[in-house]
Design a protein around this ligand. Sequence first.
Ligand code: ADP
Length: 501
Amino acid sequence: MSERALTLHQAMQSVGLNPLPQSFVNGQLLDGDGETIELIDPYSEERLFTYHDANASLANLACDAASSAQSHWYKDLTGAARGQVMQAIAQTVLEHSESLATIEAIVAGKPIRDCRVEVAKVAEMMAYYAGWCDKMHGDVIPVPSGHLNYTMREPVGVVFQITPWNAPLFTAGWQIAPAIATGNAVVIKPSELTPITTVALVKLAESVGLPKGLVNVLCGLGPTAGQAAIEHPAVRKVIFVGSPETGRIVATAAAAQLKPAVLELGGKSANIIYSDANLKHACLGAQAAIFSGAGQSCVAGSRLLVHASIKDELLELLANGMNRIKLGDPLDDSTEVGPISNRRQYEHVTQMISQAKDQGASIRTRQSDTDQGFFVPPTVIDGASSKADAAQKEIFGPVVTALTFETEAEAIALANDTHFGLAGAVWTADVGRAHRIANAVRAGTFWINSYKAIHVSSPFGGSLNSGFGRSSGTDALMEYTMAKSVWVDTGETPQIAFGYV
Ligand code: ADP
């Protein structure tokens, strides 16, 4: 066994896992019986594991277990008791930070310094929503009929969450925390390529008091295990984070069962840089927006809109910055950008770059520091039209497409000239202009002189091909609950009779 595989196995053991991906259903680690899935280390290209798809059989067991556990969690425990369990989860996540970060770094190929931050964020998500557990209440509505009318927020029941490979643990925490805080049970299916940290999170959570079966993790494939969970009668809502193409399939499958869905999909977000911006600051922001996480982020600033008067200067600054970024082994503390997370994505990114080149765009890139692994060096595509694939399609790699504008109206039109509506930013010293642009650009999240700041307390989501519904903040509390309206005859009802139904 290689030293790397040994490191991975030891990290898995220290969070209570066996050295292979197994589903976690009703408190038990279980092997699937479906087709074989292979996990490849994106840095060393070594095969890490083969395991079997959870299939419909484990999906059905998971949904049944979630259904039984939900009523205990919601009805037998007080809100405060649920909050204490979530605080304990936050604590155990922090205590196991290094092991969780190590697993994520090896399996997802993400720099360990980023993984440590994401683990801490998951603890923060649990602690934030722990505080909401005993604060979910409704309203009293002054109806005109003389009734006492009040509302309650009730949990949806069992929710099914599907998450992608780019930030597996972070996304699991982002979705599980608000779901359980509001009294739901969860079945979650992480990407088949990066399932292990989600299992670790839930196993650790159960070791500190999360009831058995309240959260179940399926290690496996979408069309088999995923589809079976969508169809299971206990599941009342589907939350999907991933690509627009798969989101469409998932939302259609949920709709066929008359189940609502929340979709958190991709983007092609505009990062607008004005000539009056602090260029050094804006350039650092633009690099972080697209190169961190090797660009594998739904909010990546992948469309760089630069005022024509500063284009040459800014692209020069950007090229210098690109040359200083440290690419390398995700386990190395100093690595800033790791490989692309899997071979399929690597092929997609490299194909998008060669297509842009074939279509006449000029490509600025830098040498990779290593000849192994699925590395794509930071790259700028210049000279493509706004309608070209490089400027319209999500590349999901460290590749930014630069376009220029002259007027504010042109910047806004370019920013909105995609089928997405997820995020965007403007860099300018003019406060009025910054707010005008924030108002005019179609985006669920918009930054002024900043990029990529998100927090569990603030809502997140998109429109059009970026999806619908919101995660995080108080908006997630609404997504994971339903209002019930209760009417009480107080005896003072003047005229119950007609006109109210
Ligand atoms: P990618 O193709 O890059 O993995 P996807 O958006 O397809 O991104 O994957 C996101 C998640 O959706 C993963 O967990 C994947 O297993 C899941 N998935 C893929 N196809 C389906 C499907 N037909 N039904 C349910 N989930 C699916």
